[in-house]
Design a protein around this ligand. Structure first.
Ligand SMILES: [Zn+2]
Ligand SMILES: [Zn+2]
Length: 254
């Protein structure tokens, strides 16, 4: 399985518009964090996108992505869905509807916000998306088995996804013991760690590291990072062994 990390930034991205801090002005390309999304190429040959970030167009271009069989959505916040319209050229190349999986509440929200896509007689050239509500803990896309991991983003119940030994958990604040059990024995975990300061809807760095310590994945990559978490280089130095800050364009092979 090959995972391409398309974006690692929090909702406003890094650099933050107008900010002159050390991170936002850093010349290191690893300090340029687009909004979060990952692209997964499974051993079965199924290609899955998780979330449609506001930066989706440039992420598809940069990483030369032309083939997406399905989209999994974690939740309805803008930084995770608003790039949906950028799937049009892929639809055009594939000449088929792209299935999009999400919680029923999230699908309702997406259909409201993208009315023109889901209208009875859509404008010619709008994205070809079919929505599939996730109602069980397990789902199958082509022959790929996916476990849905339930957790809270502040008060909002959202989903992370586990495929084989890999899990993608973003925008997490808290999780039940039962769901935590599903994350034991991972080879690779990608988890959000917003910043050092507390946040009502996100784990801060300390909380994310405590969680990693509990579930002990072999390797962990941090994502959804704000500018206040520091530069990639500084953060890398301060993290425990086997925990790394992810960076845009990073490719992991599992
Ligand atoms: Zn987010
Ligand atoms: Zn969010």
């Amino acid at each position: 399985m090959k995972i391409t990390i398309l974006g690692t930034g929090t909702s406003q991205g890094v650099p933050l518009v107008g900010c002159k801090c050390e991170v936002c002005t850093s010349p290191d390309p690893k300090d340029k964090r687009l909004r979060v999304s990952v692209y997964i190429q499974t051993d079965e040959g199924t290609n899955i996108l998780i979330d449609c970030s506001p930066d989706l167009r440039q992420q598809l271009l940069k990483n030369k992505i032309t083939d997406i069989d399905a989209v999994l959505v974690t939740h309805e916040h803008n930084d995770h869905i608003i790039g949906l319209d950028d799937l049009r050229p892929i639809n055009f190349m594939q000449r088929k509807e792209m299935p999009m999986y999400a919680l029923p509440r999230v699908i309702k929200d997406i259909r409201d916000r993208f009315k023109y896509i889901f209208a009875e007689n859509p404008y010619p050239g709008t994205p070809l998306i079919s929505t599939i509500p996730i109602e069980k803990d397990e789902l199958k896309i082509e022959s790929v088995k996916i476990s849905c991991i339930k957790y809270l983003h502040g008060m909002l119940p959202i989903l992370g996804y586990k495929i084989g030994d890999f899990a993608y958990i973003t925008d997490i604040k808290s999780i039940t013991e039962e769901e935590k059990q599903k994350l034991l024995g991972l080879k690779v975990l990608i988890i959000s760690a917003l910043r050092p300061q507390e946040h009502f809807a996100h784990m801060n760095l300390e909380e994310a590291l405590a969680f990693v310590q509990e579930i002990q994945p072999k390797t962990t990559y941090l994502t959804h990072m704000g500018h206040n978490i520091g530069t990639h280089a500084h953060l890398l130095d301060s993290l425990p062994a086997n925990v790394f800050p992810a960076f845009d364009g990073q490719v992991l092979t599992i």
